[in-house]
Design a protein around this ligand. Sequence first.
Ligand code: AMP
Ligand code: TRP
Length: 333
Amino acid sequence: MGKKIFSGVQPTGNLHLGNYLGAIKNFVKLNNEDQNECVFCVVDLHAITVAQNPKKLKDNIYETIATFIACGIDPKKSIIFNQSSVSAHSETAWILSCVARMGWLNRMTQFKEKAGKDKEKASIGLYSYPVLMAADILLYDTTHVPVGDDQKQHLELCRDIAQKFNNDFNADNFFKIPEPLIQKEFSRIMSLRDGTKKMSKSELSDLSRINLTDDKEQIINKIKKAKTDTLQLPSASADLEKRPEAKNLMGIYSSLMDVSLEDTINKFSGKNFSEFKENLSQVMVDKIYPISLEIKKLLREKKYLDKILLEGTQKADKIASEKVKKIQELVGF
Ligand code: AMP
Ligand code: TRP
């Protein structure tokens, strides 16, 4: 049987290799499996949980859609739309925020990381962010949610909310309980400057990440400057445990080549980093640079992107508005 897929990406700029290998590459695979019904959402309501420049936000929405398509998601097969255009998302988030418990949200590690030391100054939206994410997923009777490793806890919360709603309103199976789809390997790509930190859009140093819009020279330069250690490449994966940078770079290579980490270790065992980096640069340019070119081309075709958004919004709105009506009935509105 086919799967019902939903996933979201925030339009916060600087989409990078981690977004691609951790999430979008998997979206494309699911999009290409015949029986699946896929919905891919640009989650602008999530983006404003931290301050955004309105003009930049608009540009970033276009860039995220262009990235989806440039990476290989087919808008004829999958629904692509922008979250704020479908009002059922905000409406459902409010209802679910009355189902979710403070104690559950207090455990969310991403909030703790993002709010930093001064929690008092974080927005309420940043705190209740995972409830909106649950609304996104549950509105579409989603069975599977492809995400990177950092979203695992939010998915568990979504399952708890769905179960509690079904219980509270005596509605067995009303919300489907979704499964996360997190790749077994390479689901967490680390910074090129520090192998213990996640590759991130908001990291100050651009050298820490490969952006999906980088040109050839930038890619080559960033790989050249990527942090390594002074040892030779190992002959067994256990030897990578205390070498986060080597582990990350070899993982990136494996994921781009669609081979296992073992294969990559066997290929480069005993070699030095300069030789490995040359190979890594080459695959990166082969796989990422065409995406970068395609994103830039699509961004010059705003009318085409607007058409895709409009069609996607209509399809998403049809599904979500029917579901929200049933939610409201169950609640007693
Ligand atoms: P975001 O940019 O936070 O909206 O994330 C979009 C998708 O990319 C989510 O599924 C994340 O889990 C995934 N993602 C973000 N950063 C990384 C990373 N460094 N490694 C792997 N996946 C990531
Ligand atoms: N919270 C996700 C992230 O930051 C983005 C997101 C929003 C999402 N809604 C979603 C992912 C629904 C999967 C399903 O990466």
